[in-house]
Design a protein around this ligand. Structure first.
Ligand code: EPZ
Length: 418
């Protein structure tokens, strides 16, 4: 099990390029099933969740892998519609394949995609959306069984702007007869990226990025598509939080300011100096930062839940007290006990955390238990006196391609322990 050894207490200075967005490439990989042709994805991040998706695509009968630095998928020979538990265990968000399997094969069996460290993560909204397009869907002991002979365009009203359910609905609607309207759709940038891909294969998708998306389905799709994935706004936010914790400066290349407004607002309220020019962002932190007061996570364009853990770690050494209300997942402060081990003063009551800033954290042996909680520990280690040893690096690598390399490029003292 790999670990990161980080020596904190040093100001950062360096430059990194932000990679492609994990939460954009995963639904596009699923959607690549429906065209029956070739999809080439540029700017795809080398993440374990991407490798898990490739494994699922190969299990379904696709050719799927890396070619000259891009992802290459040929779904011509796809022939199986079942994702076994051995793969859904690796890839929690395997439910993202539901719409694509129904679109391509008219049936789907997904073994126990269910809850993970963040909470129950039910799939009821996904199933409701599939039924609205004509599918019969059953859950049995956590497994999903679905069938949909001929998807029909319909009206879907989501009770919550679920990102995954919006994506499943868009993908199935892309191959449904007629027009589908999705009300209360998720508005995340990753939804717009999926819409761009679906339009590239020939579906008509309008209104992505707003709460109302209209999709007109196609029977046959373009058989050769090249798509470039948008940058990862959460990766960018994480490395900005590293600079906030350690002090210093950094230049991030390949970011999209419009995707990060709520996060930039918080970093600026903390006292970080942030300048943007095109797809470059410069952040400088001199002296101790201050609390922004309170943070409430919310669906886009609100403050993203995925940025909550790393930003919370940076707040641990700010002046003042911050209240964080986590409104998306019921268990997203799992990293709090590890932060307390490092001297952090964080009290968690249900989905509310109160962080009282301390002068300095102290290096410790800590354990990452989930992806963004692990990112929080990297941030905390950079703002701590002495060395920290972070185990559970496999969680972090689900969402960050090369955390050791990125931190080194920012001037941090990091050692990968095999
Ligand atoms: C996506 O998860 C992202 N994952 C998550 O990123 C992100 O945190 C989340 O959206 C919110 O932005 C991917 O895109 C692969 P949701 P998803 O459906 O689609 C409840 C990361 O760290 N819900 O918007 O699963 C659910 O329990 C990951 O990169 C239902 O109740 O998120 C949660 O409380 C973590 N029923 C809330 O909605 C459903 O059928 C938001 O979930 C579906 C969801």
């Amino acid at each position: 099990m790999q670990e990161l050894l980080i020596t904190g207490g040093r100001r950062l200075s360096g430059e990194i390029t932000i990679g492609g967005a994990k939460n954009a490439v995963l639904p596009i990989l699923a959607a690549s099933l429906i065209s029956g042709g070739v999809t080439i994805i540029e700017n795809a991040p080398r993440l374990t969740d991407v490798e898990s998706s490739l494994e699922i695509l190969r299990t379904l009968g696709c050719e799927a892998g890396w070619s000259q630095g891009n992802l290459y998928i040929d779904s011509k020979n796809a022939s199986r519609c079942r994702i076994p538990a051995s793969l859904t265990g690796k890839m929690r968000s395997s439910v993202i394949f539901l719409g694509a399997l129904l679109a391509r094969f008219g049936s789907a069996v997904i073994s126990a995609p269910g809850g993970c460290e963040l909470g129950a993560r039910p799939v009821d909204i996904h199933l409701r959306a599939m039924k609205a397009l004509g599918a019969s869907v059953y859950e049995l002991a956590g497994d999903i069984y679905a069938a949909c002979e001929t998807p029909q365009g319909g009206f879907i009203s989501l009770p919550f702007p679920s990102v995954g359910a919006t994506e499943n609905a868009m993908i199935l609607a892309a191959s449904a007869k007629g027009v589908t309207v999705i009300k209360n759709a998720a508005r995340e940038p990753e939804i717009r990226d999926l819409a761009d891909y679906l339009r590239a294969i020939g579906a008509g998708v309008y209104g992505a990025g707003t709460s109302n998306i209209t999709v007109s389905g196609r029977e046959n799709f373009n058989k050769e598509v090249v798509h470039r994935v948008i940058p990862d706004r959460i990766e960018a936010a994480t490395y900005m939080a590293c600079v906030c914790a350690a002090g210093g400066s950094a230049s991030l290349k390949g970011v999209r300011e419009d995707d990060m407004r709520s996060v930039l607002e918080v970093f600026r309220a903390m006292g970080a100096e942030i300048k943007t020019s095109g797809d470059e962002l410069a952040i400088a932190v001199n002296g101790r930062l201050r609390s922004p007061g309170s943070i409430i996570t919310a669906p886009f364009p609100g403050f993203p839940t995925d940025a909550q853990p790393p930003v919370c770690a940076a707040l641990s050494t700010c002046v003042g007290t911050t209240e964080i209300a986590e409104t998306i997942f019921e268990n997203r402060f799992s990293y709090a006990p590890e932060l307390r081990k490092m001297g952090g003063n964080i009290k968690v009551t249900g989905t509310l955390a109160v962080i009282q800033g301390v002068e300095m954290l102290s290096g410790e042996r800590v354990c990452a238990r989930d992806l963004r909680g692990g990112a929080a520990l990297m941030v905390a280690a950079l703002g701590a006196e002495g060395k920290s040893r972070i185990s559970g690096l496999e969680h972090i690598k689900r969402g960050y391609a090369d955390p050791e390399g990125a931190l080194k490029a920012l001037g941090a003292e990091v050692l990968l322990i095999q």
